[in-house]
Design a protein around this ligand. Sequence first.
Ligand code: UDP
Ligand code: MG
Length: 222
Amino acid sequence: MKKVSVVIPAYYEEEVIKKCYDRIKENLEKLNDSYSYEMIFVNDGSKDKTLEILEEIANLDKNVKIISFSRNFGHQAAVTAGLKYVTGDAIVIIDADLQDPPEVIPEMIKEWEKGYDVVYGKRKVRKGETAFKLLTAKAFYSTLNKLSNIEIPQNTGDFRLVDKKVVDVINELPEHNKFLRGLFSWVGFNQYAYEYERQERLARKNKISFKENVEACIRWNN
Ligand code: UDP
Ligand code: MG
């Protein structure tokens, strides 16, 4: 039986983390015993109840594993750590705040079964994003694509399904600070854009600063 691993970075997500687990589980259960699965939550140094809630969940569900950082290392570091521990044939990266709808996971698996190695989520409409965020995201990607030889698809975050062989290549790369969506474009393979509608954030405010985005971009281009 094939196995699906889901990697979920979480930073100060106490309000939504249980709901996130429930929604992801519900959608993995829809796969009707055709696949086994694991959920790897990465607590990125949250000091709220995120870890406590995750531990309660993991005590009851053997499919749940937790990695917990001693301090905040940032979203990309959290996902990178999760990727090191996956044991599945297909790996899904999804945010904990439910902006990426878990209902898309079974659809991504269908595309993977057709032979795509990377099925990346491409955002149709950005609900609840501020005009500033939309403008800076656009400026970010157009600058990035001008600076680098590799085209990074616009309106695309880290939400995606990736075949294990692609994750193995990413894990072999020597960079300590990985800009994952750049590297996933760079490694090639057979890629498919799955269009979906990104949701509004349910709980706390956005935690990834403009500074972190720019730093990740600069690191990637060095
Ligand atoms: N996150 C994280 N470490 C951080 C910031 C964010 O693990 O330092 C997690 C966060 O809990 C969420 C995901 O990364 O699951 C995306 O973060 P956020 O929602 O703040 O970013 P955006 O939706 O604006 O891309
Ligand atoms: Mg978010």
